[in-house]
Design a protein around this ligand. Structure first.
Ligand code: SF4
Length: 514
C-alpha cells in the first residue's frame, strides 16, 4: 500500500517532482468573479490568445455545420434523445450498468465528489498504485481527483497535451475542450524550458515531440489509466471517449486497470444514437467532421490478443446532477455534451476566458451549471456574467436554452435567501448604478423629456465631435464620472446621430415615403 509521502515513481523527473503542490490559481473562485474578470480584461496577451482561438473555432464550427444539409434536424433529434433519456434516467442507468457488468466492467455509484474520489483512491491503494495516467476529463476536474490521489501519494499525470501544459504550469483548464487556450506559443516554450529543461525553442514540432517523449515513458510505467466518458450506451454497456492525440488509446490499453469517471447524464439509450452525436460533437467543438480517435470500450479485454484493460471500473457520478434533474427547467442543463461551442460564441467568455469564472466549467454553460452543482451561495455572480445575447443558444448542438436558464437562476437569486441576494445586490447594484438606472427610467417613461434630452446632448456633443469622433471625451468622463469612463477605456465613444430617429421618421412621413 502506498502511503502519504512515499517516494514517487522513478519514471518521474526531478523537475516534475518539484512542481508546485499548491495550484496558484486556487484563489480564483466564482465568488471573486468580478475581480477575476477585471484582472482578465487587463491581460492583453490573454485577450489576444482568446480572440484568435475563439474566432478560429467559431469559423470552423460554422463551416463544419454547413457541410451537412440536415444540421438543424440533427440538433432536434439529439435534443429529443437527451430529453427522453433524462426523463427515464434511472432506467437507462440501470440498463447501462447491467450491460457493462455483463462484459466484465465493475460499475460504482458515487453520490458526490468525496465518494467518487474515495472509490478511485481505494482501488489504487488496493493495487499498490503509484502512478496514474489520465486523459482529459471534466468530470475528474470537477471532483478534484488529482489532488485526492496526491494526498494518497499517487501521482496523476495528464496526458492530453493541453492538460499536460496546464498541469506543468500549475493551472486549471480555461476551456472545456481546449484547456490551454489562454496560452501563447511563447508562454508554452518558456514553460517547457523551465519545467522540462529543454533548450529554449518556439518550434511547435520540437515542443510536441518533447511532450510526447515524456508522456510515452509515463504510459509504460503507469499502474492505472483514468479517463472521463463522452457517452455511455445503455443498450450495450459501451463507453465512448473521443480524442485527437492517441493518448486515450494508450491510457485505456496500457495500464492493467482503467477507471472511467462518468457523469450520470452521459448515458444514451441506443448504440445507433451515437451516429447523431458523433456528427454534432466534433463539428461543434473543433470544427472537425470526426475526431482522430474514437475509443469504444465494452467491458474488459477478453483474450491476450485483445486491446483494453484487464480491469475496468466505471464510476457513475451524481454530485448534484439529481437536483438538476428534478426541475423541468434546470433539467435541460444535463443535455450538455461538453462541446465548448457556447464558450467560443460568448462575447463575455471571448473577453475574459475561463479562469475568471473560478470554476472547472466556464462560459455560458459554466454560468448555468456551476451554481447548480456547487451551490448558489458560492456562484451567485455567474448567472449575471452574460449579456443574454443568445449566441450560446444559437450554436448549441443540443439546443439548450442557456439564456432561459440564466434568467431562471437570476429569479432564484432574487427570490432566494437574503444572504445570496445581498451578495449579488451589493456587487451588481452599486449606488451609482442605481441612480443611473433611476434617471434612465425617468427619461424613458416621458417622451417629451426623452426628446428634450436628445436635443441637449446633440447640442453639447457638437462642442467635442471632431471628424465624427469623440474619443478624447473619455478622459473628461474619467475626471467627472469614473464609472462612465469604463466604457471609453477600451473603445471610442460614438457620437449620437445628428438627427433623431423620431425627426427622421417625421420627415419621411411628411414626404409621404413608405
Ligand atoms: S451547452 Fe451546448 S454549446 Fe455549450 S458546451 Fe454544452 S452542448 Fe456545447
Amino acid at each position: 500500500m502506498v502511503r502519504r509521502g512515499q517516494a514517487l515513481t522513478p519514471a518521474l523527473s526531478q523537475r516534475e517532482r518539484e512542481q508546485p503542490k499548491q495550484n496558484f490559481m486556487d484563489h480564483l473562485t466564482p465568488e471573486t468573479f468580478d475581480a477575476n474578470a477585471r484582472a482578465a480584461l487587463n491581460d492583453v496577451q490573454l485577450r489576444g490568445a482568446l480572440r484568435y482561438a475563439t474566432t478560429l473555432f467559431g469559423k470552423r464550427r460554422l463551416e463544419a455545420a454547413r457541410s451537412l444539409d440536415n444540421w438543424e434536424e440533427l440538433r432536434s433529434r439529439a435534443r429529443a434523445i437527451k430529453d427522453e433519456t433524462l426523463l427515464h434516467l434511472d432506467r437507462y442507468l440501470e440498463e447501462f450498468s447491467a450491460n457493462a457488468e455483463k462484459f466484465g466492467a465493475q460499475v460504482h455509484w458515487a453520490r458526490d465528489a468525496a465518494e467518487a474520489n474515495a472509490i478511485v483512491c481505494k482501488l489504487a491503494r488496493e493495487r499498490g498504485a503509484r502512478l496514474a495516467v489520465k486523459s482529459k476529463s471534466m468530470a475528474t476536474e470537477e471532483i478534484h481527483l488529482n489532488a485526492a490521489l496526491e494526498r494518497e501519494g499517487i501521482t496523476a499525470v495528464e496526458t492530453d497535451l493541453g492538460e499536460y501544459i496546464i498541469q506543468l504550469a500549475g493551472e486549471t483548464p480555461s476551456h472545456i475542450i481546449a484547456p490551454a487556450i489562454h496560452k501563447t506559443k511563447g508562454q508554452i516554450a518558456e514553460l517547457f524550458t523551465d519545467k522540462l529543461g529543454i533548450a529554449p525553442t518556439e518550434d511547435i514540432a520540437r515542443l510536441t515531440a518533447t511532450a510526447r517523449q515524456v508522456l510515452r515513458d509515463k504510459f509504460g510505467a503507469a499502474d492505472i489509466g483514468i479517463s472521463g466518458v463522452n457517452f455511455g450506451v445503455a443498450e450495450t454497456g459501451t463507453i465512448l471517449i473521443l480524442e485527437n492525440e492517441g493518448n486515450i488509446r494508450l491510457t485505456t490499453s496500457l495500464p492493467k486497470m482503467h477507471v472511467a469517471v462518468m457523469g450520470i447524464e452521459k448515458v444514451i439509450p441506443r448504440f445507433a444514437d451515437l451516429e447523431i452525436f458523433l456528427k454534432l460533437l466534433p463539428r461543434s467543438g473543433t470544427g472537425q467532421h470526426l475526431t482522430a480517435y474514437q475509443s469504444l470500450i465494452t467491458g474488459t479485454r477478453r483474450s491476450a490478443a485483445d486491446e483494453g484493460p484487464d480491469e475496468l471500473h466505471i464510476i457513475l457520478l451524481d454530485n448534484g446532477r439529481s437536483r438538476m434533474l428534478e426541475n423541468p427547467i434546470t433539467r435541460q442543463s444535463l443535455a450538455c455534451i461538453r462541446c465548448g461551442a457556447c464558450l467560443n460564441a460568448c462575447p463575455v467568455y471571448q473577453q475574459i476566458g475561463g479562469h475568471a469564472y473560478g470554476s472547472v466549467y466556464p462560459g455560458p454553460i459554466g454560468a448555468v451549471i456551476t451554481p447548480q452543482l456547487f451551490g448558489m451561495a458560492k456562484a451567485a455572480q455567474l448567472p449575471y456574467a452574460s449579456s443574454l445575447c443568445g449566441a450560446c443558444r444559437e450554436v448549441c448542438p443540443v439546443k439548450i436554452d442557456i439564456p432561459e436558464l440564466l434568467l431562471y437562476l437570476r429569479a432564484e437569486i432574487t427570490e432566494g435567501p437574503e444572504e445570496i441576494r445581498h451578495e449579488v445586490e451589493s456587487r451588481k447594484r452599486r449606488t451609482s448604478e442605481r441612480v443611473a438606472f433611476k434617471l434612465w427610467a425617468v427619461v424613458m417613461t416621458r417622451p417629451w423629456l426623452y426628446e428634450l434630452s436628445g436635443r441637449v446632448l446633440r447640442a453639447l456633443q457638437s462642442l467635442v465631435v471632431r471628424r465624427g469622433r469623440i474619443g478624447k471625451v473619455g478622459k473628461v468622463l474619467q475626471l467627472l464620472a469614473p464609472p462612465l469612463a469604463a466604457w471609453t477605456a477600451a473603445r471610442d465613444l460614438r457620437p449620437i446621430e445628428r438627427r433623431s430617429f423620431r425627426a427622421q421618421w417625421r420627415e419621411k412621413d411628411r414626404a409621404g415615403s413608405p
